[in-house]
Design a protein around this ligand. Structure first.
Ligand code: Z5A
Length: 224
């Protein structure tokens, strides 16, 4: 694939959307072609599945059925949005991806991690993010941010935000465990600080991991 694929992960209200918008602007000012997308969603059928799941309609079917629906949405998103963009040398910034299925559907404890990994392998079919930025912060802080934003927009609480604190703590642990297991792909960013500071930390990682994308000179062969 000619474009670079960067995914953003983390718990509720971690600041992913905020930081994707900032990184996109920065890279576009440097003349790069960037596509910002999200999961679940990012293609017409996947957006339909998103609306169904986030309204809580799939919850009665159980965590495995939800994992299947997230996977179906991901297949459509990859086929119709991500893969064509990467082939066209567009760099893709994606708000959540397969690590969210590992964390959210895994956090329920109802789905075997091996089963989630099998679904992931089938859906991704060899596609792997070049870099995954895990925005880490205490769940209490993220939920407070998400709640404040929801109130200003008069939105309803969604399917996953409504889960208890134990679930959100488990999520955080799972994301950190993924980062420990795949340190070549994942970087953990302390997201419990100002948006400007988080943006700076993200830029440092992007510059060191994908120097050509960030307009830096190559240091070795394993570069953007
Ligand atoms: N899900 C799943 O279960 N399995 C899967 O496989 C996938 C997803 C792919 C999608 O919801 C849900 O689907 C998600 C997981 C599940 N859980 N939920 N809910 P979503 O897309 O609607 O929500 P989200 O992905 O959790 O994103 P979010 O809540 O919108 O958060 P965010 O994008 O990380 O944060 P933000 O919008 O940038 O910021 C949140 C607020 O905080 C906002 O008012 C900002 O202005 C503010 N903010 C941002 N940064 C800061 C800093 N640094 N300081 C203070 N305030 C800040």
């Amino acid at each position: 694939m000619a474009g670079k694929f960067i995914t953003f992960e983390g718990g509720e209200g971690a600041g992913k959307s905020t930081q994707i918008a900032r990184l996109k602007s920065r890279l576009e000012r440097m003349g790069k072609t960037i596509l910002a997308t999200r999961e679940p969603g990012g293609s017409p059928y996947a957006e339909d599945i998103r609306a169904f799941i986030l309204a809580g309609n799939a919850k009665p079917l159980g965590a495995f059925a939800e994992a299947l629906l997230f996977t179906a949405a991901r297949i459509d998103h990859i086929d119709h949005t991500i893969a064509p963009a990467l082939r066209a040398e567009t760099h893709v910034l994606c708000d959540r991806f397969a690590d969210s299925t590992r964390a959210y559907q895994g956090a329920s404890g109802e789905v075997e991690p091996a089963l989630i990994r099998s679904l992931e392998r089938a859906a991704l079919n060899g596609l792997r993010p070049d870099l995954t930025l895990i925005l880490d912060l205490p769940p209490e802080t993220g939920l407070a941010r998400a709640g404040a934003r929801r109130e200003t927009r008069s939105e309803e609480i969604d399917r996953f935000e409504a889960e208890d604190l134990t679930f959100h703590r488990k999520l955080r642990e799972t994301f950190l465990a993924i980062a420990r297991t795949e340190p070549d792909r994942c970087a953990v960013i302390d997201a419990d600080r100002s948006a400007d500071d988080v943006e700076g930390a993200i830029w440092e990682i992007v510059s060191s991991q994908l120097p050509r994308l960030a307009g830096q000179r190559e240091r070795n062969a394993d570069v953007a």
